[in-house]
Design a protein around this ligand. Sequence first.
Ligand code: CND
Ligand code: ZN
Ligand code: ZN
Length: 375
Amino acid sequence: MSTAGKVIKCKAAVLWETKKPFSIEDIEVAPPKAHEVRIKMVATGVCRSDDHAISGSITTPLPVILGHEGAGIVESVGEGVTSVKPGDKVIPLFSPQCGKCRICKHPESNFCMKNDLVQPRGTLLDGTSRFTCKGKSIYNFTSTSTFSQYTVVDEIAVAKIDGASPLDKVCLIGCGFSTGYGSAVKVAKVTPGSTCAVFGLGGVGLSVIIGCKTAGAARIIAVDINKDKFAKAKELGATECINPLDYSKPIHEVLQEMTDGGVDFSFEVIGRLDTMMSSLLSSHASCGVSVVVGVPPNSQSLSVNPLLLLLGRTWKGAIFGGFKSKDSVPKLVADFMAKKFPLEPLITHVLPFEKINEAFELLRSGKSIRTVLTF
Ligand code: CND
Ligand code: ZN
Ligand code: ZN
């Protein structure tokens, strides 16, 4: 029996308060309105940005259904939807692409002005949510809310992908892989023969390493305080691994000494102000490019001596690896299907969706890279 046009009752992980575990709740998901798409989730990764929302390090309206790295199948579409149809395999886009705003029309930039990231309303574009639980409206997260058996997204926040693709792997293209890989190949534009430093070896940082290797970097120096991450970093292309805790001097000085004054490309993929500064300082003062990938805690800032930039160094950052999402996600999935890069090494755990709190414990304890939750 078709569920189109009807309210769907299903399970979702609801975060009622920050710093608390998720509650698996029975929720109602209203049908998609015009230009919206209802998706049956099949798999979702667990990214540190979701944990930043749990800890309150990034602010989003509560109660909320988090999750932004998912893949699923279109259940039904609202009026006027043309880019996807029921049965299509899709990836929700936490950084949407409306195609019409100034940024979507800009050849290089990707951060569509219809995003719900900078000052999150926690709703779809029409200002409301399709989720209710116990008679209360539940907020959306980053246009996606993948921690639910069903979600509703705006058409500008979903991409159709290859019908043959394994959703329990390509869900990583919804955030972690694309964010890291694009930061290397598209944002930094890593060059063949160059030297790179990557701070933070989670799912995103390891994807930066995959990107640096693909771009032909000669040296990729991986930096993490958890040495258990080093084996995977080497497997994916790191040429050296260093632990700041093993040195008495600042790690940027160690990197400067190792690389004749600093690396060509450095990446901060942790989300801390001190490591953003270390990453900046480890890039060469005249020719270095330093990319901020990690999400810093809300309303904290760095004070920077302009001389750090005056000699020629470039400091930049990007959301979603600089990719225009709706255009790029189908291509990235096609590249994965053509074996141009692996996703499997990033997936250390697969758990049923109901074990979502366990998945976050694995992330916090440093035991997992990516846990994929399956529905
Ligand atoms: P994850 O927590 O898996 O990895 C972070 C790594 O950093 C871990 O291996 C830690 O051991 C390591 N680490 C922690 N503290 C330090 C330190 N002081 N020095 C060195 N290493 C340290 O996180 P993830 O890979 O899922 O995400 C990484 C960041 O990227 C995080 O801030 C997340 O919010 C952000 C991000 C950005 C974007 C984007 O579009 N720019 C999208 N999603 C996630
Ligand atoms: Zn993410
Ligand atoms: Zn736009």
